[in-house]
Design a protein. Structure first.
Length: 128
């Protein structure tokens, strides 16, 4: 008799890691853009006139960008690591204990797609 609970627990664990990775990537984005917010606040607090200030707008190149990019990469890495761990665990489960799913590997595909999107977000943050 097969028991699909082991496989389904593995799927839930993968989805929890995906959720955690997305949260860390979102925090990284906020931290990276927080430097821009602080620069704009200090720029407006200086009381500069609006005329001719477009070229003088501050660009954040502080520690917040570095920490934010690192957090985005960390979140994407956590998702990729969880996807690899899930895949190796699923291979170790006997075929009889794996439920026949309509789309096998869908959670793995979603995890890899989100991790790749996170790496693209890190690249965007690095150049902006």
């Amino acid at each position: 008799m097969s028991d699909p609970r082991v496989f389904l627990a593995s799927e839930r664990t993968l989805l929890a890691w995906i959720r955690t990775g997305i949260t860390v990537m979102g925090l990284g984005f906020v931290v990276a853009k927080f430097g821009l917010f602080l620069a704009l606040v200090s720029f407006s607090a200086a009381g500069s006139s609006a005329a001719g200030t477009a070229a003088m707008l501050p660009r954040p190149h502080g520690i917040s960008s570095v920490i934010g990019i690192a957090l985005v990469i960390l979140g994407a890495g956590a998702i990729l690591g969880a996807a690899h761990n899930h895949q190796s665990f699923v291979r170790s489960i006997p075929a009889v204990d794996r439920p026949s799913a309509a789309v096998p590997g869908l959670a793995l595909l979603v995890g890899v797609a989100i991790a790749v999107t996170g790496l693209l977000l890190a690249a965007y943050l690095a150049v902006s």
